[in-house]
Design a protein around this ligand. Structure first.
Ligand SMILES: [Zn+2]
Length: 523
């Protein structure tokens, strides 16, 4: 049972705006939502107008539920969907960023970005860094570039933006701080080459404490709750022992601590599912120096509904021997594939292992799969494996995949992931825009004829992801399931393509608790 402590200290100050929850709403309570267009994503894909929520779960779903004295929220015709499950991202990396991390995935011009940074700086002590490291991209802005030093000087704090795509920028105050530490900064605030690693390393070394990590982890989860994500499955990081200059690097033995702290305090606004990334060399002697102890000493799927361990991924490490060890231990395994050669080899290795130790019931996964012909889908499906797809809005080229349309008509298990946090964005609506319209963030067609309908898109990011988190009572609005749901600020199913990127949630529920609301709520 979650207590009201869940919300004490939660800042609602992030750039998306919103209001602090009235005290009455802090606890899970019976709610009835009425007058909605509620896309349930249940098996007949019903669209209903009402849901009753009791004890954190959907109790009734339909057009005439019994209110039974529950608190009533009128959705006034708004569209609602199940809480989004991002079945593989790098939220744990994002939660460990140095400085006052300021998510910027919902702004689309330089002026909006600067305004969001200015709004954020009001809550930041003088002289302390306002930062955005990872899930932001030059191509999301109309100007197709990051803000310059001069533009960032409108923010009255040192600023540091390191984008997944489009470079790294600071302002005058940030430049002075970084130059004092030997980091070369261009006159326009750009940081590149070896200076970049030095800059991020210095920020991590001097700014990170357990308290700042916990603050950033909570801020990131709150932010994505405002975009409708209620479950994150984390794909890990590259292990380093000391503060590193690599954006995908963290100490993989300690980086979960801020999330564990939030969980301990009952303050997680979204569900966390944590996989363990391993990179042992196939030639290591003794073999499997990190994967072996993990499989012997840890537990897969251990935890509770808010935070749970998962499997090994998104790298398994150790070559075929690593896969054998994982199969023998009965764990889930996931690797990503960046091209056709890579996914072909990965499938061959899994066929080798599967011939010795059947993996059919272990739900092994390959993610990204940009190029993926149907014969590979057949071979993976024959082993009971699934594919995670997404990873698109920053990509260039024609027919860069994955082949969403082919997969939708294929029996193989498929689900949605952003893979965002270090090399791309997490904002689901930027990803959905690409998958539905076929266009990247600068409007170039990249998917050929492989786009999805909007209904398929939401299904892929909700009900289809049940299989990937191995939980049946999340991902659809059905009686008995956890009451995770997002009420959208526009009708995703009918708005013009160009409006999809600006979609956000005006009311997000996780386990029946209001974790975000812009709606006027009855006291
Ligand atoms: Zn990943």
């Amino acid at each position: 049972m979650i207590s009201r402590r869940h919300f004490v200290g939660t800042t609602a100050a992030l750039a998306l705006g919103g209001v602090r929850m009235p005290e009455l709403f802090a606890q899970s309570q019976d709610l009835v939502l009425v007058n909605g267009r509620i896309h349930t994503m249940d098996e007949p894909r019903r669209v209903v107008s009402q849901v009753l929520i009791q004890n954190g779960r959907f109790a009734e779903v339909g057009n005439r539920v019994r209110a039974r004295g529950a608190r009533r929220i009128d959705l006034k015709g708004r569209t609602a969907i199940p809480g989004i499950i991002d079945a593989h991202n790098h939220i744990v990396l994002v939660g460990n960023r140095p400085g006052w991390h300021t998510p910027l995935e919902h702004v689309f011009t330089i002026a909006e970005a600067v305004a969001a940074l200015q709004a954020r700086s009001a809550a930041v002590p003088r002289g302390e860094f306002v930062t955005t490291v990872g899930p932001v991209a030059a191509n999301q802005f109309a100007e197709r570039r990051l803000p310059t030093l001069t533009e960032l000087d409108a923010v009255n704090r040192p600023v540091y933006i390191q984008a997944a795509q489009g470079g790294t920028r600071t302002n005058s105050e940030g430049k002075a701080w970084l130059e004092a530490r030997g980091v070369t900064v261009g006159a326009d605030g750009a940081i590149a080459g070896p200076a970049l690693a030095l800059a991020l390393q210095a920020l991590r070394k001097e700014l990170l404490t357990p308290e700042t990590r916990t603050r950033t982890a909570l801020g990131a989860l709150d932010y994505y709750a405002r975009l409708g994500i209620t479950t994150h499955r984390d794909g890990g990081a590259f292990h380093v022992d000391a503060p590193s200059g690599g954006v995908a690097n963290e100490n993989t033995y300690t980086m979960h601590e801020p999330f564990l702290a939030l969980h301990r305090e009952g303050r997680l606004p979204a569900r966390m599912r944590l996989d363990f990334l391993h990179q042992d060399s196939p030639a290591a002697n003794p073999p499997l120096p990190t994967l072996g102890p993990r499989l012997r000493n840890a537990f897969p799927f251990f935890g509770d509904e808010w935070l749970k361990t998962g499997g090994i991924g998104e790298f398994t490490g150790g070559g075929v021997d690593g896969l054998r060890a994982i199969a023998r231990a009965g764990w889930r395994a996931e690797d990503h594939a960046l091209n056709l050669a890579m996914v072909t080899n990965e499938i061959k290795d899994r066929e080798t292992v599967n011939a010795e130790i059947p993996i059919r019931n272990l739900r092994w996964i390959i993610s990204h799969i940009p190029e993926f012909p149907v014969d590979l889908a057949n071979r993976m499906n024959a082993m009971g494996m699934g594919v995670l797809v997404g990873w698109g809005p920053l990509r260039n080229g024609t027919n860069v995949g994955p082949p969403y349309r082919m997969l939708m008509t294929h029996p193989i298990r498929k689900g949605y992931h952003s893979d965002g946090g270090d090399i791309t964005v997490i904002n689901p609506w930027l990803n959905f825009y690409t998958i539905v319209s076929g266009k990247n963030l600068i409007g170039q067609p990249i998917l050929g004829d492989q786009t999805l309908t909007r209904e398929e898109m939401i299904w892929l990011a909700t009900a289809a992801n049940k299989w990937f988190i191995e939980e049946d009572d999340l991902g659809s609005i059905e009686a008995g399931n956890h009451a995770d749901l997002a009420v959208l600020d526009r009708d995703f199913f009918t708005v013009p393509d160009a409006e999809i990127t600006r979609t956000r949630s005006v009311l997000t529920l996780a386990g029946g608790r209001i974790v975000h609301s812009d709606l006027p709520l009855p006291a």
